[in-house]
Design a protein around this ligand. Structure first.
Ligand code: F6P
Length: 328
């Protein structure tokens, strides 16, 4: 490799934590060490940049974290960084510490901040997609998504036990913000009767038709997976409408919530995080900036932040169709 474009980099985790962020941090720190690039960790995302909280990191600072959920650097959704004054302070702190490159691990909010920061002050920024939502373009999967999927699937499996025992209908809400990837894939894996996602125009009549068909087919219990930003209505409203239409149904609602963000990262997330952590440091050394490292078709690619935030991976239409066919 020709001479590195960066000598001293800082890495931070920002936005909602995701399993595998620690594995990504480990990969960044150890890759930097391998190539003799100095590396600092920043406490609590952009807030740490504003406060100047940099911690020198070496290979031993990231020992025993590859298997840990959450983020040892802590995370935040910084309001101060949204202001020009906040970003000015952050830049001055970077200058004081001699930081010439930033590795930002997070989701679209994190990358929006990084883009503005780069455009205002010219500091090199590179992103690693860390969010359970999988709502970032430029990587087939985001770090944390696979683990969250498995957590949701395990939880729905448990709900199935009690649903079956009592002949109940369960509405289960999963996370994902505006994206239905967790709902669709965990729903298929857990054998849901129906899956409601914001990307598709769902109708209450279709849902009721599905219940009718299930009844005719002799199903005695069912699970409907609902994405948290489903447009048809909130989960309690959907459960109530269903009860009005099918008064005999014994209906329960379960909101899985933040358990989907926790836990030890899956093998797929650890490997993804390791590859992207390595890729981000190499990208910065090659002089790349304002881009996100991602894996597409198993290859490392760099996507401009603006594209990564604006575009979306499409929901797989085949999966939607398969989920309908297999439900009954
Ligand atoms: O982006 C990750 C995510 O867990 C979303 O799925 C969810 O909508 C949101 O964060 C919850 O945010 P918070 O932890 O701030 O409540």
């Amino acid at each position: 490799m020709t001479e590195s474009a960066v000598k001293k980099i800082a890495v931070f985790t920002s936005g909602g934590d995701a399993p595998g962020m620690n594995a990504a941090l480990r990969a960044v720190v150890r890759t930097a060490n391998h190539f003799n690039v100095e590396c600092f960790g920043v406490w609590e995302g952009y807030n740490g940049l504003i406060k100047g909280e940099f911690i020198k990191m070496g290979p031993r600072s990231v020992k025993n974290i590859i298997n840990k959920g959450g983020t040892i650097l802590k995370s935040a959704r910084s309001l101060e960084f949204k202001t020009k004054e906040g970003r000015q302070k952050a830049f001055e702190n970077c200058q004081k510490a001699g930081i010439d490159g930033l590795v930002c691990i997070g989701g679209d909010g994190t990358f929006t901040g990084a883009t503005i920061f780069n455009e205002e002050f010219g500091i090199k920024t590179i992103g690693i997609p860390g969010t359970i939502d999988n709502d970032i373009f430029g990587s087939d999967n985001t770090i944390g998504y696979d683990t969250a999927l498995n957590t949701a699937m395990d939880a729905i499996d448990k709900i199935r036990d009690t649903a079956t025992s009592h002949n109940r209908v369960f509405f289960v809400e999963v996370m994902g913000r505006d994206a239905g990837f967790i709902a669709l894939n965990s729903g298929i894996a857990a054998g849901a009767l129906d899956i409601l996602i914001p990307e598709r125009k769902d109708s209450i009549d279709d849902l009721f038709d599905t219940f009718d068909a299930a009844q005719k087919a002799g199903k005695s219990s069912s699970i409907v997976v609902v994405a948290e930003c489903e447009k048809l209505g909130n989960i309690y409203g959907l459960a109530e409408a269903t009860k009005n239409r099918f008064p005999d149904y014994d209906i329960r609602v379960a909101i899985l919530g933040h358990i989907q963000r926790g836990g030890s990262p899956s093998c797929a997330d650890r490997v993804l995080a390791s590859r992207l952590g390595y890729g981000a440091v190499v990208g910065l050394m090659e002089g790349r900036t304002n881009v996100m490292a991602g894996l597409q078709a198993n290859k490392l690619v760099f996507t401009p932040f603006r594209e990564a935030i604006k575009k979306h991976n499409n929901i797989n239409e085949d999966l939607l169709r398969i989920s309908e066919i297999l439900a009954i």
